[in-house]
Design a protein around this ligand. Structure first.
Ligand SMILES: Cc1cc2nc3c(=O)[nH]c(=O)nc-3n(C[C@H](O)[C@H](O)[C@H](O)COP(=O)(O)O)c2cc1C
Length: 304
């Protein structure tokens, strides 16, 4: 089985922010984590409306910061900013299928179509930092163009240290089961990603030749799964305390006015499958007062 630092939390935009990562760290102090993707433009421009641009990572353990963009110089500058903020490595997004990123910005998944540009971006990042640089990509643009191995070679030649492979194409989005190919004779370590959620999944991808595993959606509403996988804890009996802690972390980070609406999706994930969760969600979606929200959470999870 993988060591704990070979187990990664996936970057999930709008979800794996600093407060969520704090919750995961309560259960799994030594798994590897990746931030949500951060725009190189927004970082280099120090855009004040994006709080993530000012995160510090020193106290977050083994954490890589993920950037996206299409301009090598800007990506290099962004990588340097994140290194200086305490990131342990830089991850370059080469898999995001969202049109705003992959089509309009020529970044994310678009780089699977332009390996020369992908190589220049990796080189620029490698040159500007002393920490490792990785890429996160998919099988290819669509079913007919599954050329991820070529991109792995480009990444190796450009100085990247490892690659995360999500076992779907850009065209597949997040639909259908992930297909993780067997790995052999590749020049870089490959981290498996897609539909992984338990120890037996991790053992399966280890047998396929992967050097680590990254877990995304399986952690929604269950941040403790990393503790379970690492053998640190069982599923908690009282999740109300965890939910309240998560809310407090969000309020500390964003302020109550912003945090409360952002927290609603987490409340839905935490309560999913529990009796009366639909009514709970409806109530939570109507509340903007911190005290009232905490009371509703306490009552709901005490009953569950
Ligand atoms: C809501 C959401 C946000 C995501 N944000 C990012 C991101 O910021 N960067 C990235 O590389 N991948 C992102 N992904 C892709 C995930 O990191 C991961 O590759 C994908 O969900 C497959 O893994 P899973 O089946 O374990 O969830 C996102 C996926 C989802 C569903």
């Amino acid at each position: 089985m993988f060591n704990n630092n070979q187990i990664f939390t996936a970057p999930l935009a709008g979800i794996t922010d600093k407060p969520f990562r704090q919750v995961i760290r309560m259960f799994a102090p030594d798994v590897s984590m990746v931030t949500e993707m951060i725009s190189c433009h927004s970082l280099v421009g120090a855009h004040k409306n994006c709080i993530r641009n000012f995160d510090r990572y020193e106290s977050e353990g083994n954490i890589g910061a993920q950037i996206f963009g299409a301009e090598p110089d800007l990506m290099g500058a962004a990588a340097k900013i994140l290194q200086d903020a305490g990131a342990k490595w830089i991850d370059i997004n080469m898999g995001c299928p969202v049109p705003k990123v992959a089509t309009r910005a020529g970044a994310g998944a678009f780089l699977m179509k332009d390996h020369a540009l992908a190589g220049r971006i990796i080189e620029a990042c490698v040159k500007s930092v002393k920490i490792p640089v990785s890429i996160k990509t998919r099988l290819g643009w669509d079913e007919k163009h599954q050329d991820w191995m070529d991109l792995v070679h480009v990444a190796a030649e450009s100085g990247a240290s490892f690659v995360t492979l999500h076992g779907r194409t850009r065209a597949a989005g997040y639909v259908g089961p992930a297909q993780l190919p067997e790995i052999s004779n590749l020049s870089l370590p490959i981290i498996a990603n897609g539909d992984l959620s338990c120890v037996s999944d991790l053992e399966r991808v280890e047998k396929l030749g992967y050097n680590g595993a990254m877990i995304g959606r399986a952690m929604l509403g269950k941040p403790w799964i990393f503790g379970q996988i690492c053998g640190n804890c069982d599923a908690p009996k009282d999740i109300g305390d965890i939910v309240l802690k998560h809310l407090d972390f969000m309020i500390d980070y964003y302020g109550a006015k912003t945090a409360i609406p952002m927290f609603r999706k987490h409340a839905a994930w935490y309560s999913s499958g529990m009796p009366n969760s639909a009514q709970f969600r409806i109530k939570v979606n109507q509340i903007s007062d911190e005290k009232e929200l905490k009371q509703i959470i306490k009552e709901f999870f005490a009953r569950g």
